[in-house]
Design a binder for this molecule. Structure first.
Ligand SMILES: Cc1ncc(COP(=O)(O)O)c(C=O)c1O
Length: 438
C-alpha cells in the first residue's frame, strides 16, 4: 500500500468540480494576512476570508501561538463527564458577546453540526416541557444550513437536497426573500419584502402552531448567494414566532464574529432569537469548531425538566477540545484587541461605494451589500446556468483575487482587516475581469 502513487484524484474534493479542477488546479501554498501565495508563487488577495471564516486575516500570531502552546500543554481531554478549564473560559467569553439572556454554549466542530445540534435542542426543549407534539421544523427556500441531514432538510438549495433521498420528515419551507424586480441594486437591506415573513402564518395555518418546534433562518443568507433580509422582515418573523410559541433559530455561521460590523446579526438587526448557531469565525478558521448558543430559558428548562441525570443525550468527541478552545479564545481576543467588528462597521460604507461602482458592467444584473459582504449577480448564459460566474472565478484567480461563486452570483466577504486601498484593488480587479467576461 505504501508505494501506491499519489495521484491527485485520491482527494475527492468537497463542493468542487473535481474533473475540471484536476485539469487546471488552483493550488495554495501559504498565506499571510490578506494574501495567499499560490504554488506558482503568485500573491492572491483573499476576497472571501477563506470560506467566510478568516475574519482576523491569515496566520494571526496571537492564534498561532495559542494553538502551539495548547498542543504542548493539553492536547486532548474528553468533555463527557470530565472537562478542562479552557472550555469554561471560552463559554464565558463567547456568551458575553451574545445578546442578553443567551449565556449558555454547546460546542460542536462545524456549522453543519451546530445546525443539527440546534434543531435537536429545539425538539428536546419542547418534549421536556411536555409539549411533545411540537416536532415540525421550518426552514426557508434557498437557505443553506450545512450538509448534515438536518441541515439539508431545513435548507432550501435544490442541488444539496435532490440526491439524498427523503431527508427528515415533518419539515416545511417558507418562501425566500430574493426579489430582483423590486430590489435590484439596493444598498444595504432591501426596502421591499417584509411581508414575506407572513409566509410563516401560511405554514402555521396548514399544520397548526402546536405541531411546530422551530423556525431556522440565516439572518443574512450567505452561501446561497447573499440574500439580504428586507427591512423589517426579521422583526416580523420574531413576532410571529412569539405569537405561536415557536422557537426562532438564527443560523449565524457566517454572520457571527463581525461580518456585519457587530458581534452577531442578532445584535446588528436588534432581533433576539432563541438559539444562535456559529462556527467559522469562532476560531478564525484555524481549527474546526462550532458553538450553539441558547437562551437561558432553554438551558434552565433542560436543567429543570430533564428526564435523566444526563440532560441532553448529544455531543461530539471533539466538542470543546482544548486546542479548538485555545484557537477560539485567541480569535476572540484578536477581534477585541484589534476592534475588528467596529472596523468592519466603519469600512462598510467605502465597501458599498466601491462595489456599486461596478454597476453598468456587462451582464451585471444586481449588486448588493451589507457589512463587509457583497454580491454581484450576473445574467446566466443561455442554457448554461452558473457557467458565467464560474469562469469569472477562474479568471479572477488568474488575475490575483479569490472570489466565491454560487450559481451566477459572485460573493465577496474579505477578512475584516482589509484596508481601503485593498478594497479598491479587489473591486477594480474584479471589474477588469467582468469587463472582459463573455
Ligand atoms: C449559514 C451556514 N450554516 C451552516 C454552514 C455549514 O458550515 P460547515 O461547512 O462548517 O459545516 C454554513 C457554511 O457555509 C453556513 O453558511
Amino acid at each position: 500500500m505504501l508505494d501506491k502513487p499519489n495521484t491527485m484524484s485520491s482527494f475527492w474534493m468537497p463542493f468542487t468540480a473535481n474533473r475540471d479542477f484536476l485539469r487546471e488546479p488552483r493550488m495554495i501554498h501559504s498565506a499571510e494576512w490578506m494574501y495567499y501565495t499560490s504554488s506558482d508563487g503568485r500573491q492572491i488577495m483573499d476576497g472571501t476570508a477563506g470560506l467566510w471564516c478568516v475574519n482576523a486575516g491569515h496566520r494571526d500570531p496571537l492564534i498561532v501561538e495559542a494553538v502551539q502552546k495548547q498542543v504542548h500543554e493539553l492536547d486532548y481531554a474528553p468533555n463527557f463527564q470530565f472537562a478542562h478549564p479552557q472550555a469554561f473560559e471560552l463559554s464565558g467569553k463567547l456568551t458575553a458577546m451574545m445578546p442578553e439572556g443567551m449565556s449558555h454554549a454547546f460546542f460542536t466542530n462545524s456549522g453543519s453540526e451546530s445546525v443539527d445540534t440546534a434543531l435537536k435542542i429545539a425538539l428536546h426543549y419542547h418534549r421536556m416541557r411536555g409539549d411533545s407534539a411540537r416536532t415540525r421544523l421550518i426552514g426557508r427556500e434557498r437557505g443553506y444550513h450545512g450538509t448534515g441531514f438536518g441541515g439539508i432538510s431545513v435548507g432550501g438549495i435544490v442541488k444539496n437536497r435532490m440526491h439524498f433521498g427523503t431527508l427528515l420528515t415533518g419539515v416545511d419551507h417558507m418562501r425566500h426573500t430574493h426579489d430582483l424586480d423590486r430590489n435590484a441594486f439596493s444598498r444595504g437591506c432591501p426596502a421591499h419584502g417584509a411581508e414575506l415573513a407572513d409566509d410563516l402564518e401560511r405554514i402555521v395555518a396548514l399544520h397548526d402552531a402546536s405541531t411546530i418546534a422551530a423556525v431556522i433562518v440565516e439572518p443574512m443568507a450567505g452561501s446561497t448567494g447573499v440574500l439580504l433580509p428586507p427591512n423589517g422582515y426579521l422583526q416580523r418573523l420574531r413576532e410571529i414566532c412569539d405569537h405561536h410559541g415557536i422557537l426562532l433559530i438564527f443560523d449565524e455561521v457566517i454572520t457571527a464574529f463581525g461580518r456585519l460590523g457587530a458581534a452577531t446579526a442578532a445584535e446588528y438587526f436588534g432581533v433576539k432569537p432563541d438559539i444562535i448557531t456559529t462556527a467559522k469565525g469562532l476560531t478564525n478558521g484555524v481549527i474546526p469548531m462550532g458553538a450553539v448558543i441558547v437562551s437561558d430559558d432553554i438551558y434552565n428548562s433542560a436543567m429543570e425538566n430533564a428526564d435523566a441525570p444526563i440532560e441532553l443525550f448529544h455531543g461530539y468527541t471533539y466538542s470543546a477540545n482544548p486546542v479548538s478552545c485555545a484557537a477560539a479564545l485567541a480569535a476572540l481576543e484578536s477581534y477585541e484587541q484589534n476592534d475588528l467588528f467596529r472596523r468592519a462597521a466603519l469600512l462598510s460604507q467605502p465597501w458599498e461605494d466601491q462595489l456599486h461602482s461596478l454597476k453598468g458592467l456587462p451582464n451585471v444584473i444586481d449588486i448588493r451589500n451589507l457589512g463587509l459582504v457583497g454580491a454581484i449577480e450576473l445574467a446566466p448564459r443561455e442554457g448554461a446556468p452558473g457557467a458565467r460566474a464560474y469562469e469569472a472565478m477562474k479568471r479572477a484567480w488568474d488575475a490575483g483575487i479569490m472570489i466565491r461563486v454560487t450559481g451566477d452570483i459572485i460573493a465577496l466577504s474579505p477578512p475584516l482587516i482589509i484596508s481601503e486601498p485593498e478594497i479598491i484593488k479587489l473591486v477594480q480587479t474584479l471589474g477588469e475581469v467582468l469587463a472582459e467576461l463573455p
